[in-house]
Design a protein around this ligand. Structure first.
Ligand code: SAM
Ligand code: F3S
Length: 462
C-alpha cells in the first residue's frame, strides 16, 4: 500500500539525519513518499529530543493535535522516535495511548516491520532497545537532496557530563566501520554532494573498525580515528569540503590538530562546545578540562590553521553558578572570540546526577546572564562578518537565494550565507566571491572569475 509519511524533527542534526534515513527506509520498504504537509500523511512520525525540558514538552503538545486527527481517521498511524521515546519506552503510551509505534534512535531501521505489525495486528509496537550498530547495516543507500549532506559516523556518548541525558537515551559511543562510512561518502559524491558533515554526539571520539584485510596489516592499530577518516574522505572524487559536529574538547588530539595543517578540505571552522568558562562549574559538569586547557587547545588548532573560527555550546545557570563563574565564561568568550553559539539555560534532566544539585540562582538572574552572553556573541559575530568585507571567500553554491530567486546563495567555510549574482548552473560548484557587505544574518558579495588552476570542485589542479 502506497501513501505518504510526514516526519516532524526536534533537536540536533543527528535527529535530522535519522529522520532523513527513516524516510529513505519507508520509501524503499513501503513506497511511502515523504510529505511536508502532515494533513496529507498516512503515517505521522515525530523524532524527539529530550536534552532540555522545553523540547520534551513540545512533543506532547504536537501529539495532542495528532490525537484529534486520529479520532477522525482511525487508520492514521502515529509513531514517536528519538530520545524522548528512548527514555519513556512503554511509559510514553501511558501518557499518549493513541501512539502506535515507539522506536528509539537505535531501532529506527525496525520501523517498517513495526508498521506492518501495527497494520496487521492492530496492536502497538514498542522497541527502544540498543541493538549495537545494526541500524546502519539495515538502511538503504542514502539519497542526496542537495550539494551538502550529513553522514552519521558514530552513535551515543560515553562522556556522562553530569547534566546530560544523551548517554542514557542514545547509549554508549559506538562507531560505524570505516569502509561503511567511506562507501556512504562515495555514494553521496556520485549524486552531486560536494560538502559532507560527519555527525556524532561526540564525533571526534570516532574509532571505526578497519576492513579485516587492512586490520591484518595494521595489527593492533586496527581502528581509524576522525583525523584519518577526514583524510580519506577528502580524497573521494567530488568532495571539496568536510565539516564535523559535535566534538568534545578532550578528544581534540594532536592527530586531529595536524589534520588542520594537512587537509585543505577540512573547513577552517569548528564547533567545539565549552559549556562554561569557570573551572569550578566545569568540574561540577564533569567535563574533564579547565578553561585554560580549552584555550590552549584552541591555540594549537589556530597555529595549525590560522584564522580558524570557533562556535560553541554554553549552559547558563548551572546549579550554583555564581556571578564570578559567569564572568569567567564572559572572559573566555572574549579570549577565544567565538563567532556563533548554541546557548541555553540549564534544564534539570531526570536521572542525571546534576538534577540532584541544589539550585539557588533565581530565574531572572539566569535569564539576564543568558541575554548578556548572547548579545556579546552576536557582537563578536558581527565583527567577524564585518572583517570579511573586502576579502575573497571560497563559497559552495547551494542554489537560488531565498529572498531573490534571480541571485545565488552559497556558504563560506565559516558557515555564513552569501548572496550574489551568478549563473544558476554553478550550483554545486566552489566559486570565489568578493564580500561587499555584512548584514545581520548573511553577507552580500560579487563573483570573482574562477582563478586559473582551480578545478570546479575548488581543489587546486595538479
Ligand atoms: N558532544 C557535545 C559536547 O561536547 O558537549 C554535546 C552534545 S549535547 C547533546 C548538545 C548540547 O546540549 C550540549 O553541548 C549542551 O550545551 C546542551 N545540553 C545538554 N544537556 C543540557 C541540559 N540539561 N540543560 C541545558 N542544555 C543542555
Ligand atoms: Fe552530553 Fe556531554 Fe556527551 S554534553 S552528549 S554527555 S559530551
Amino acid at each position: 500500500m502506497k501513501g505518504k509519511v510526514y516526519i516532524k524533527t526536534f533537536g540536533c542534526q543527528m535527529n535530522e539525519y535519522d529522520s532523513a534515513r527513516t524516510a529513505d527506509l519507508l520509501a524503499s520498504s513501503h513506497g511511502l513518499e515523504r510529505t511536508a504537509t502532515p494533513e496529507d500523511a498516512d503515517v505521522l512520525l515525530i523524532n524527539t529530543c529530550s536534552v532540555r525540558e522545553k523540547a520534551q514538552e513540545k512533543v506532547f503538545s504536537q501529539l495532542g493535535i495528532w490525537r484529534e486527527w486520529k479520532a477522525r481517521r482511525p487508520d492514521l498511524v502515529i509513531g514517536v522516535g528519538g530520545c524522548v521515546a528512548s527514555q519513556e519506552g512503554e511509559a510514553l503510551r501511558a501518557r499518549a495511548p493513541f501512539v502506535d509505534i515507539v522506536y528509539g534512535p537505535q531501532t529506527l531501521h525496525r520501523v517498517p516491520g513495526m508498521l506492518d505489525a501495527v497494520r496487521a495486528r492492530r496492536r502497538p509496537a514498542v522497541d527502544v532497545s540498543f541493538p549495537e550498530i545494526e541500524k546502519f547495516d539495515r538502511l538503504p543507500e542514502p539519497r542526496a537532496s542537495g550539494v551538502t549532506a550529513f553522514v552519521s559516523i558514530m552513535e551515543g556518548c560515553s562522556k556522562y557530563c553530569s547534566f546530560c541525558v544523551v548517554p542514557y537515551t542514545r547509549g554508549e559511543e559506538i562507531s560505524r566501520p570505516f569502509d561503511d562510512v567511506i562507501a556512504e561518502v562515495v555514494a553521496l559524491a556520485e549524486q552531486g554532494v560536494r560538502e559532507i558533515t560527519f555527525l556524532g554526539q561526540n564525533v571526534n571520539a570516532y574509532r571505526g573498525a578497519l576492513h579485516p584485510a587492512a586490520a591484518d596489516v595494521a595489527g593492533d592499530d586496527a581502528v581509524c580515528d576522525l583525523a584519518e577518516l577526514v583524510a580519506y574522505a577528502a580524497a573521494v572524487d567530488g568532495i571539496g569540503r568536510i565539516r564535523y559536529t559535535t566534538s568534545h574538547p578532550l578528544e581534540v588530539t594532536e592527530r586531529l590538530v595536524d589534520a588542520y595543517r594537512a587537509v585543505p578540505e577540512l573547513v577552517g571552522h569548528l564547533h567545539l562546545p565549552v559549556q562554561s568558562g569557570s573551572d569550578r562549574v566545569l568540574a561540577a559538569m564533569k567535563r574533564g578540562y579547565t578553561a585554560a586547557s580549552y584555550v590552549e587547545k584552541v591555540a594549537r588548532l589556530r597555529a595549525a590553521r590560522p584564522g580558524l573560527s570557533l562556535s560553541s555550546d554554553f549552559i547558563v545557570g548551572f546549579p550554583g553558578e555564581t556571578e564570578a563563574d559567569f564572568e569567567d565564561t564572559m572572559n573566555l568568550i572574549d579570549e577565544v572570540r567565538f563567532d556563533a553559539s548554541f546557548s541555553f539555560l540549564y534544564s534539570p534532566r531526570p536521572g542525571t546526577p546534576a538534577a540532584a544539585l541544589a539550585d539557588v540562582v533565581p530565574d531572572a538572574v539566569k535569564r539576564a546572564r543568558l541575554a548578556r552572553l548572547q548579545a556579546r556573541i552576536t557582537e563578536l559575530a558581527a565583527e567577524v562578518s564585518a572583517g570579511m568585507v573586502g576579502t575573497v571567500q571560497r563559497v559552495l553554491v547551494e542554489g537560488p537565494s531565498k529572498k531573490d530567486p534571480a541571485a545565488l546563495r552559497g556558504r563560506t567555510e565559516n558557515n555564513r550565507v552569501v548572496n550574489f549574482d551568478g549563473d544558476p548552473s554553478s550550483r554545486g560548484r566552489f566559486v570565489e566571491v568578493a564580500i561587499t557587505e555584512a548584514l545581520p544574518n548573511s553577507l552580500r558579495g560579487e563573483l570573482v572569475a574562477t582563478p586559473p588552476g582551480v578545478a570546479s570542485d575548488g581543489r587546486a589542479r595538479t
